[in-house]
Design a protein around this ligand. Structure first.
Ligand SMILES: [Zn+2]
Length: 99
């Protein structure tokens, strides 16, 4: 079975959804380097975070947060594009579980 997996991965390599480099067998969806450098906001730790402030005076909410900072052309944008435009649903599952 492992031989078949290795052979299959030669033809269709699993690649990092953030940087496009091949994944090691122990990695899933995002390589260790990208995973380590994902720009986490930690907004969920603060009730008055920048995302929550967007809603102040407009809509009553209990809390709001975002998981990652978004930079145009960055790895987070690439991840979101994989999910949104390339039908790579595992990116959503991966990020949701990570959050
Ligand atoms: Zn990567």
């Amino acid at each position: 079975m492992s031989f078949l997996n290795d052979f299959f991965s030669l033809i269709y390599p699993n690649v990092c959804m953030a940087c496009g480099k091949p994944l090691f067998q122990y990695e899933n969806c995002v390589c260790s380097i990208c995973l380590h450098h994902l720009p986490q906001t930690d907004f969920h730790l603060y009730i008055d975070n920048p995302v929550a402030r967007l809603f102040w005076g407009k809509v009553h909410i209990n809390s709001a947060a975002s998981f990652l900072y978004f930079n145009k052309g960055g790895k987070v944008q690439h991840l979101i594009h994989q999910l949104k435009y390339k039908n790579q649903k595992q990116v959503g599952t991966f990020l949701g579980a990570l959050y």
